[in-house]
Each structure stands twice: as structure tokens, then as C-alpha cells.
Design a protein around this ligand. Structure first.
Ligand code: SIN
Length: 283
């Protein structure tokens, strides 16, 4: 095994150097799994993954969840295209969110590979839901442990909603609105016991959480907004600057992410593979 270093980033996550993701030995895989559970998002540099390597890597962590809404790679349906053309103004994944909280068994995580980057900008920001939870008072933590929240995707991926309000954003990048309208809204614990780390994490997000179970949206909004503001405190945010060969692997149950849309006039192409998860248990 080569010398592997795991260096925590400021705010959230860790950078892992000294591995080749194309040929991971079992002991390297075990180290990566542990870092993923501990930090919620892990970053790699100077990789040279083909599309087949990307798929093979994802399969070492679980079953691939073929995206219902994002355009697929023309040759590899397992890969979702996260694309912004130079003439487009809206990006995919702008705004704080975690992927797939609108599913009853939310996805475990996603592996994002940089394929074409703008000359500058296009960073991805992450926050840790472990840190966000830890920062709350004991009293609020205890109240939240008793709550569940309703999540949905219809207002984001449904016909005439979210991405489809803007043909530039929808267009041929996001589709299949019928699948969004057919979803039934899941209810998840607000504080989960993380399935890998066993730690408590806050599990709500601004994109897909509608309201607390048994509360109206109006009653829920002030507490949700307060919690969201705690999550994105500057000291909780990691800003990952992509370079050719960079790879990010995040856990959807313990992090949020937000793709910066600050590179108008340039093209950015990322390839994302999402891995199936499991039902979430309350803490
Ligand atoms: C996403 O939300 O999956 C996209 C993240 C990015 O493009 O940086």
C-alpha cells in the first residue's frame, strides 16, 4: 500500500492523497470507507478515471442508482450529466441541498468526477450535518430528536416547477417530470443515527424538506430557516476548488452541497454516479 494521507479540510470533509482510485487494494478501500463515514465528504486529486473506471469504483461501494431526472451520459446510463454550457445561465445543483431526500430510501452518496472545468469558478461547497447538529443547544437537540419531516421532489423536478420554470435549466438537461409527480412524499427523522458512523446528524435540507410532520409549512418555516442558517455558518463550510483529475465523494446523509454558479460564458461538465442507500433510523 502506498503512503496515504487523510487531511481534514476546514469546515467539512477531508482530502485523501496517495491513492489511485482505478486500482484500490482492500486495505485502501477500508481506509476510504472509514474516512467517508467520519468526514461525510472526501476529495481526491490527480485521478485519471475513465467512465468505466468511475462505474467500477461506484460499484465497490454499492448499487448504482440511475438518475430519473438528469440527462444520462450518451454511452453510460449509470452516469448522470451535470452540465452547464457556455451559453446557459442556470446550473444544476446550485443552492444548498442533499441528493434524494425525496426518496423513501435516500441515496447513500454520489461520486462526482470533473470532466471539463471553467477557467475559474465552479467550486462546490459542502457542509457537515454532524457539525451542524453538534453546534445546537442540548435543549434544541432534544426537541428535534422527537420530530420527523416531510420531503418532496415535485416542486423541483415536477412539470412546470423548479427546473422546468426556466427552459434554459430544464431543456434537455433535466426531464422525466412524470416520475417526480408519481413520487409519494417520504417522512424522515429530523435527527438520524447515521447508518455508517453511528453518529447523530441533522437530516433536513432547504431544497427538498417541506415541513415537520404534523406541523403546517407556515409553522415549520421559522424553525427550518433557523436551522438552515446554523448549518451554513462560515466555519461549517468547505469550498472545494476543482482541478482536472479531481473527484469528490459525498455522503448524502451527513452533508449538504451547493454548486457555485459563478462562471457564466464558460462550459463545465461533471459526471455524477449516485449509490443506493437505505431507510433512515431516528437517533
Ligand atoms: C450536484 O448537486 O450534484 C452538482 C454538484 C456540482 O456540480 O458541483
Amino acid at each position: 500500500m502506498s503512503t496515504i494521507t487523510v487531511t481534514p479540510c476546514s469546515g467539512a470533509g477531508a482530502e485523501i492523497l496517495g491513492v489511485d482510485l482505478k486500482q484500490l487494494h482492500d486495505d485502501e478501500l477500508a481506509l476510504i470507507r472509514q474516512a467517508y463515514a467520519d468526514y461525510g465528504v472526501i476529495f481526491f486529486r490527480d485521478q485519471s478515471l475513465t467512465e468505466e473506471d468511475h462505474i467500477a469504483l461506484a460499484r465497490r461501494f454499492g448499487e448504482i442508482n440511475v438518475n430519473r431526472f438528469f440527462a444520462a451520459h450518451p454511452a453510460y446510463p449509470e452516469i448522470a450529466m451535470v452540465l452547464k454550457e457556455a451559453e446557459q445561465t442556470t446550473n444544476i445543483g446550485g443552492g444548498w441541498h442533499t441528493d434524494h431526500s425525496y426518496d423513501h430510501d435516500p441515496a447513500m452518496g454520489s461520486i462526482l468526477v470533473a470532466r471539463e472545468l471553467p477557467p475559474s469558478g465552479g467550486d462546490t461547497m459542502f457542509v457537515s450535518m454532524y457539525t451542524a447538529f453538534d453546534g445546537l443547544s442540548d435543549g434544541l437537540k432534544q426537541t428535534l430528536r422527537g420530530l420527523r419531516a416531510v420531503h418532496s421532489a415535485r416542486h423541483v423536478f415536477g412539470a412546470g416547477q423548479g427546473y422546468h420554470k426556466d427552459t434554459d435549466a430544464g431543456g434537455n438537461r433535466i426531464g422525466n417530470s412524470a416520475a417526480a409527480e408519481a413520487l409519494t412524499d417520504p417522512v424522515h427523522p429530523v435527527i438520524i443515527r447515521h447508518p455508517l458512523s453511528g453518529k447523530e446528524a441533522l437530516y433536513i435540507n432547504p431544497a427538498f424538506t417541506l415541513h415537520f410532520e404534523g406541523w403546517t409549512p407556515e409553522e415549520s418555516a421559522p424553525l427550518l430557516e433557523y436551522l438552515y442558517s446554523c448549518c451554513v455558518q462560515e466555519e461549517n463550510v468547505c469550498r472545494f476548488q476543482w482541478q482536472p483529475g479531481s473527484v469528490a465523494f459525498w455522503d448524502n446523509r451527513s452533508t449538504w452541497h451547493n454548486a457555485a454558479n459563478d462562471y457564466h460564458g464558460a462550459r463545465r461538465e461533471m459526471h455524477r454516479i449516485t449509490i443506493d442507500g437505505c431507510p433512515l433510523e431516528a437517533a
